[in-house]
Design a protein around this ligand. Structure first.
Ligand code: GLN
Length: 488
């Protein structure tokens, strides 16, 4: 049986009814990893042995008649910037190629308490800087829908693994779109929760004021189940929000009657694929037919969001990455003196995009330029946030494409950073504002998946789930399985 094709909630039913065991399921997924990993290349580190031990423990619990969590025994993958005690966590960077964290991220502790099974650590763009996994310090991941295309990024390995059946669910991190864009490119559901909803403790920082961990799954129901496990206040993360976490599965309601949708005209940018635009418009029409109301809105500062992000994120990254100096963390190249050692170590082991952003960020923060660049970008961030505040006075959700196109070919934008940055135009404002958003499959263009982005107010993940679930239940886009070939 191709167990690797099922959703987590379907597999949970199979486990509790004893139709299959967690060990059988884990072996099935591990066999799938073996069969397709050479083509897809989702994983930096595989943890098959510990996965089987975790599965055995779940089978023992089931045998004893104990209740199990919704993710117990269900194989998943973690982006390789989420710290796992005793398991390499590289951030796809040569500088951390041998780094083994001495502790688990809070999300990993929560997943362990839920008895989940971890298949491996997924590939990504180095330190989460990128949108294609081509910036990985090790190798590029391929899109399971067309192996010549990128899976998106930076959580490209996490998305490809789920789309290819090498994991049933996964976690990514999203600083400017890195969960939602790869989910869109791989035909999956990907949510960036409200900033502070999920603890960042143990997530290797890229841009701390924007980073957020979230799920990548095959359907909205699984997304709700993963959120139930990973959300919540954490004293170890001072930016984590201290409010109760609802049961997100209660929001799995197939009903959008009276829901007010805003469609911001600034998001339908030039350069957007006409088929993407058509799919989004069709989705809106469908939601309206299901009882939602829709109106066009304006979010006038949208056009400045991308520039502000590409100053603020590198500025934060330049300070966050200062710690990789050959002393406390990671690798070292010896030098004549300490400054020479820093230089040699960082020159040798950081990739080109990471260096570009460290230089950009250092420049934007330097004494003569801080007011002109960093502080100005912070002001733009406030204006972008105010656009959202204003919009949410009149609408419940905002709908946009997740990305202007479907997945592009490997190599197509690799030497053009600006073209790569433009892929983030619809996702970045959401991180600047700190609000939650989800990408769900809403169609295909030339057999490649298209993503629809739904955005809501802070802590309104339930509204996202209800809207996404209603759309999903009235469509079949999430049911197809990636072909693992080349689209002719
Ligand atoms: N693609 C964006 C960037 O390169 C977003 C990355 C992210 O969300 N981690 O920064």
């Amino acid at each position: 049986m191709e167990l690797f094709k099922y959703t987590a909630h379907q597999l949970h039913e199979k486990l509790v009814s004893k139709e299959v065991s967690a060990v059988e399921l884990t072996k099935n997924v591990l066999a799938r990893v073996d069969a397709v990993e050479n083509d897809v290349k989702s994983y930096i580190t595989q943890t098959g042995d510990s996965a089987l031990a975790q599965a055995e423990a779940v089978d023992a619990k089931i045998k004893q008649g104990q209740a199990i969590s919704m993710l117990a025994g269900i194989p998943g993958a973690l982006k390789d910037n989420i710290c796992t005690q005793g398991i390499k966590t590289t951030c796809a960077s040569k500088i951390l190629a041998e780094f083994v964290p001495p502790y688990n991220a809070t999300v990993v502790e929560k997943l362990m308490t839920a008895d989940t099974v971890i298949i491996g650590k997924a590939n990504m763009d180095e330190f989460a800087m990128g949108g294609s996994t081509e910036n990985s310090g090790f190798f590029t991941t391929h899109n399971p829908w067309d192996l010549r295309a990128v899976p998106g990024g930076s959580s490209g390995g996490s998305a490809a693994a789920v789309a290819a059946g090498q994991a049933i669910w996964s976690l990514g991190s999203d600083t400017g779109g890195s969960i939602r864009q790869p989910a869109a490119y791989c035909g999956l559901v990907g949510m960036k929760p409200t900033y502070g909803r999920v603890s960042r403790y143990g997530l290797v920082a890229y841009a701390s004021s924007l980073d957020q961990i979230g799920p990548i799954t095959r359907d909205v129901t699984d997304c709700a189940h993963v959120l139930n496990i990973i959300c919540g206040h954490d004293a170890k993360d001072s930016t984590s929000i201290n409010t109760l976490v609802p049961d997100y599965t209660k929001a799995l309601v197939n009903n959008v009657k009276g829901l007010k949708i805003g469609l911001p005209r600034e998001y339908f940018v030039s350069g957007m694929d006409s088929e993407v635009e058509r799919a989004i418009n069709k989705a809106i029409e469908q939601l309206v037919a299901l009882g939602a109301e829709y109106k066009e809105i304006s979010m006038p500062h949208t056009e400045y969001a991308l520039s502000a992000y590409y100053l603020l994120a590198p500025a934060e990254a330049s300070t966050n990455l200062a710690r990789y100096d050959g002393v406390s963390f990671g690798k070292r190249v010896e030098g004549n003196d300490i400054v020479d050692m820093y230089k040699k170590t960082r020159s040798e082991f950081f990739g080109a995009e990471v260096k570009r952003r460290i230089m950009l960020g250092t420049y934007a923060l330097s004494a003569g330029y801080q007011d002109a660049y960093y502080l100005k970008a912070l002001k733009v961030r406030t204006l972008v946030k105010q656009d959202f505040d204003k919009a949410f006075e009149n609408v419940d959700v905002i709908i946009t494409p997740t990305a202007p196109t479907t997945a592009f070919r490997i190599g197509e934008k690799a030497n053009d950073p600006l073209a790569m940055y433009l892929q983030d135009v619809c996702t970045i404002p959401v991180n600047l504002a700190g609000v939650p958003a989800v990408s769900i499959p809403c169609g295909f263009a030339a057999n490649m998946p298209i993503g629809l982005q739904i955005i809501a107010k802070p802590l309104a993940e339930e509204t996202l789930i209800r809207t996404a679930y209603t759309f999903e239940q009235n469509n079949d886009y999430h049911k197809g399985f990636a072909t693992l070939g080349e689209v002719k």
